[in-house]
Design a protein around this ligand. Structure first.
Ligand SMILES: Cc1cc2nc3c(=O)[nH]c(=O)nc-3n(C[C@H](O)[C@H](O)[C@H](O)COP(=O)(O)OP(=O)(O)OC[C@H]3O[C@@H](n4cnc5c(N)ncnc54)[C@H](O)[C@@H]3O)c2cc1C
Length: 292
């Protein structure tokens, strides 16, 4: 097998042109923290590598009620961004739980998404924050909810000639708080056994007008525990509500056993973590409430 042809275009249009020409035989390389391992293990053998480093896809900016994060934004950049920390704290919590500083300096937002691991740590908080992704090709670009992006482990709706260019996050409504929690086999540098995000929005009367519980590592793709969310919606946050929602979330999943965990353990842990994430969101809401 010959080494892939390495290209580092300066313009997105040129990267898209290479994608148009080679399709799935051309792979984007961002931080390389997933891709290079897969190439080493011969899971992937691209003919062309398109390095994104010279293309300006690493900015974080605000646009009319949304935050736009370039696909090449690294975990370290998100951790360092005061704007991201203030608006999307659960995303920052996920970054903090993620590997160690050397990986965080290289690993990108786009790579974590396109890799489509069911255990990807950034995905539950991004879905909880209603993220959309921008997929560009030479002829057009399209925006779709991140929730609709994944079709299975390692599988997405992205076409071979497309590149993920941007993630868009609507700024959360008032009286909203979200949290991220993860259980791995070790405290750090561990892929999640279960990871999840909870997000709650209160109306002026103090009832939950919106609830999101987004679970990772327990299904082929990240999933929303919609029946659990429905238990919360329209009610005041309480320990009893959280307990019922956690039990419902456990009933909604059918995880598999794998090298990291057995399915029964995954189920038990999911219940505990959902409750913990909801309580963390409520705790933050109390703080938001004081400023609202
Ligand atoms: C030691 C170690 C620890 C890790 N810990 C964690 C962890 O705690 N949590 C976690 O979730 N992950 C973890 N990972 C996995 C990995 O670091 C992340 O998934 C990371 O975000 C991937 O980003 P990247 O920029 O390195 O992607 P790359 O490896 O460059 O690319 C990954 C895939 O996405 C494609 N791709 C990348 N960017 C684009 C784009 N813009 N458009 C189209 N396709 C694109 C590539 O072609 C490739 O198929 C770890 C990996 C290692 C080696």
């Amino acid at each position: 097998m010959s080494a892939p042809d390495y290209r580092a275009p300066e313009l997105l249009a040129n990267a898209l042109g290479i994608k148009r020409e080679f399709g799935a035989d051309a792979r984007v390389v961002a931080g390389g923290t997933d891709l290079i391992l897969r190439m080493r293990d011969k899971v992937l053998s691209p003919k062309v590598l398109i390095d994104l480093r010279r293309i300006s896809l690493a900015s974080i900016s605000r646009h009319a009620g949304e935050m736009h994060l370039g696909a090449y934004v690294t975990l370290s950049q998100m951790l360092a961004s005061a704007e991201v920390r203030v608006a999307f704290p659960a995303l920052v919590e996920a970054c903090r739980s993620f590997a160690g500083p050397p990986i965080r300096n290289r690993a990108t937002l786009g790579g974590n998404i396109v890799n489509a691991s069911p255990a990807a740590d950034l995905v539950p908080p991004l879905i909880a924050y209603d993220a959309s992704v921008v997929l560009a090709s030479l002829s057009a670009s399209r925006v779709l909810p991140l929730m609709d992006f994944f079709t299975g482990p390692g599988k997405t709706v992205m076409e071979p000639h497309e590149v993920l260019t941007e993630v868009r996050l609507p700024l959360p409504p008032p009286r909203t708080a979200a949290s991220f929690t993860k259980l791995g086999q070790r405290r750090s540098m561990a892929i999640a056994i279960v990871n999840l995000s909870a997000r709650l929005t209160l109306d002026r009367a103090g009832q939950m007008s919106e609830a999101r519980i987004v679970l990772g590592s327990v299904a082929p793709t990240a999933m929303r525990a919609r029946a659990a969310e429905a238990i919360l919606t329209g009610n005041e946050p309480s320990d009893e509500q959280f307990e019922q929602a956690a039990n419902m979330a456990v009933a909604e999943i059918s995880p598999i056993s794998d090298v990291r965990s057995g399915k029964d353990y995954r189920k038990r842990v999911t219940g505990v973590l959902v409750r913990r994430a909801l309580m963390a969101a409520r705790h933050k809401l109390a703080e938001v409430g004081r400023n609202d």
